[in-house]
Design a protein around this ligand. Structure first.
Ligand code: 5GP
Ligand code: ZN
Length: 123
């Protein structure tokens, strides 16, 4: 059976995207949800997720190419909206932890977007 689901009722980020668990919302459309990380590493630190329950980058295939492209295109738009300073003096860090050895804790694909003046707590 595919690990990619429309929605997994046991998944923390599916619950956040559905508004069942509160979050500080950055952005929402039909396909994506973005919200502030509960333990920010940087002055700006938010997560972008697809509403589709893809457990991690390890399950991404060519079938998801257009979706992933639209997710990537949200990054600079939302980074600017959330106060990341302009490139090249500013910029942001984009991170996707994948699997246990990749440091992934929540098993729903997410992009961390971090930015703002350094020093940062981590990252
Ligand atoms: P990972 O380690 O899987 O790449 O990152 C998961 C991220 O989700 C962590 O940075 C963690 O702080 C964040 N996180 C975990 N639980 C919650 C939550 O309930 N709400 C929010 N907003 N962020 C969460
Ligand atoms: Zn999920």
């Amino acid at each position: 059976m595919s690990l990619v689901l429309d929605h997994d009722s046991n998944c923390l980020f599916c619950k956040i995207a559905a508004g069942k668990i509160p979050s500080r919302v950055v952005y929402e459309d039909a396909e994506f949800f973005a919200f502030h990380d509960i333990h920010p590493w940087a002055p700006v630190h938010f997560l972008i997720i697809p509403k589709l329950h893809i457990p991690s980058m390890a399950q991404v295939t060519a079938e998801h190419a257009a979706l992933m492209g639209r997710m990537m295109a949200l990054v600079p738009q939302l980074a600017a909206k959330e106060g990341c300073n302009p490139y090249p003096q500013g910029g942001f860090r984009l991170v996707t932890n994948t699997g246990a050895e990749g440091g992934q804790e929540v098993q729903h694909l997410h992009f961390h977007v971090m930015g703002g003046p350094r020093p940062w707590l981590r990252g």
